[in-house]
Write a protein that binds this ligand. Structure first.
Ligand code: OAD
Length: 231
């Protein structure tokens, strides 16, 4: 079976109603990125950080995967598909994709500030944490998110998958954030690459690249149909 790697970003979840970060009206226009998404921000004002992620998590329980998430699952009939996502939502999981690697963490989970292996999943009914909520060892819980200034432990695995792929599909990411943005550089020279994004993502010198400048729901349908026909 040929191998497909999908690198998804906030744009794939936009049509589910989750705001992107850097578009007009995006989250980083409303919030100071370093205040709510960095380790320094957490040290300075953990309450603000917890409130920010509580609100995002609450919203996540109210949205659904869209056609783009669902269409990607169809590829699994004929390809081995690995989804490498920068998104902290669980919409690829809920759509039914089976191999998903979260580069930037998972919104529904929280973890111990003492022992990063102590990870807890929150439910719709109990979807918030507060200052004073602790792990079983007694230390404060924090969002299970990779913040700016923190390492990205899953990147090594993502690079391995990317180096092995036959087809690489980038969906809805501005490719502003590293190391995720560097994954395109690890694709095999001859692999077929696609970028699906309504805006022209500035990528140069990549061979076999097809840009599909549409929303994810339209672009993913086009690529999935093409790949299923040619499998
Ligand atoms: P960005 O907000 O930087 O980029 C979103 C991309 O989605 C842009 O290129 C848009 O053109 C595109 N887009 C918007 N609507 C779309 C649609 N309906 N269909 C397809 N594409 C659409 O989001 P990311 O690149 O995902 O990290 O951001 C990367 C990281 O920066 C995030 O994971 C997050 C953020 O800071 C952390 O918080 C650690």
């Amino acid at each position: 079976m040929k191998r497909v790697v999908v690198l998804s970003g906030a744009g794939i979840s936009a049509e589910s109603g989750i705001k992107t970060f850097r578009d007009a009206g995006g989250l980083w226009e409303e919030h100071d990125i370093m205040e709510v998404a960095s380790y320094e921000g957490w040290k300075k004002n953990p309450e603000l950080v917890i409130r920010f992620y509580n609100a995002r998590r609450k919203q996540l329980f109210e949205v659904e995967p869209n056609k783009a998430h669902l269409d990607l699952v169809k590829l699994e009939k004929k390809y081995h598909v690995d989804i490498v996502t920068q998104n902290v939502d669980d919409l690829h999981e809920r759509a039914g994709s089976t191999h998903i690697l979260h580069l930037h963490g998972e919104l529904k989970k929280v973890r111990s500030t003492l022992d990063e292996k102590l990870i807890y999943e929150l439910s719709k009914e109990n979807c918030e944490i507060q200052i004073g909520d602790t792990c079983e060892k007694g230390s404060q819980l924090r969002p299970h998110i990779v913040w700016f200034g923190e390492s990205v432990p899953m990147i090594a695995e993502a690079v391995k998958l990317t180096e092995l792929c036959d087809i690489f599909i980038v969906i809805g990411t501005s490719l502003n954030v590293y190391p995720a943005a560097s994954l395109l550089n690890y694709t095999p020279y001859n692999a077929q690459k696609y970028i699906i994004d309504p805006h022209d993502t500035p990528v140069f010198g990549v061979k076999n690249l097809k840009k599909i400048m549409t929303k994810a729901t339209e672009g993913v349908a086009i690529v999935v149909e093409e790949l299923l026909k040619s499998a």
